[in-house]
Each structure stands twice: as structure tokens, then as C-alpha cells.
Design a protein. Sequence first.
Length: 177
Amino acid sequence: MNTNRTYASSAYRVTLAAGLAALALIFSYIEAIIPFNAGMPGVKLGIANLVILVSLYTLGFRYTFAINLVRILVAGLLFNGFFGALYSLAGGILSLFVMYGLKRTGLFSQTGVSMAGGVAHNTGQLLVAALIVSNIKLFVYFPVLLFSGLISGFFIGILTYLILKRLPKALFPSGKN
């Protein structure tokens, strides 16, 4: 029957999504323990976004949203604390919606989508920070975050392209969301 095949495919996708969520969490942990100091607060490499982009291009939006949410909430509890999780949640959700929208247009490369995601992530975090402290003057820091989001997004996008190019197509089921 065709229903067994659909069930197996769904179970496979859920298992794959769980594995990708675990990998994204590992990358978040690595980023938390690496003494990376760009000389500016809030600037990070964003290596967990590599998993999010690979998932977006292979599993689709719905699974990627779940992976991102699980990673942000668990990493927030383990490494970042409440406010870190809140900032990451705002940035992660805004970033994912921007990347998904740009990907759907077909006008942007994976690197372009990633760069826009990096900028959107930093924008979402800055918006939440400005709301929490009730001070719009925090946006004076936006050019720094814009530049860092573009640079990080560029490198993550190139890595995503290289990974997707080498992953076997049979690894990911067809029928993305």
C-alpha cells in the first residue's frame, strides 16, 4: 500500500529532523565554548545556521521551523539563559521567514539567502533588545550588526552550497513542504 510508504517517509523525515536538531545544538554548544571575540558584543559566527539552511533546502519550511525552535529553546536553557534565548528566538524566527521567502522567489543563491538571514537575525535581536530596554538608541549599533550578519551569512552560505552539492540526493525524501 502507498500509506506504508508515506508513513515510512514521514517517520524518516522526523528522524532526520531530530538528527539535524541535535547537530544544530552541537554547533550552538561549540559556538558557546569557542572564545571568539570580534571586538564587538553580540557578534557571533552563526554556525548552527548552517544546519538550518541545509534543512530549509532539503526538508522544507515546516521541519526547518521545528529544528530551529528546538535548537533555540534547548540552547537557551543550556547555554544562553532566558534573555539569550529570547534574543535568539526573535532573530531565529525572523531570519527563517526571510530566508524562506527569498528562497521561494528563486532569485537568490544559497549564499544570498544566508546573508539576508544573517542580517534578519541580527535585526530581530536588536528589535527585542530595544523593546526590553525601551530605548530606540540601540539602533546606533545596527551598522555593526548589519556588516557582521552579511559577513557571517556569506561564509555560512558558501559552506551550505558546498555541503548540499556533496550530499547524496537519496538522503533526503522528496516532497518538501
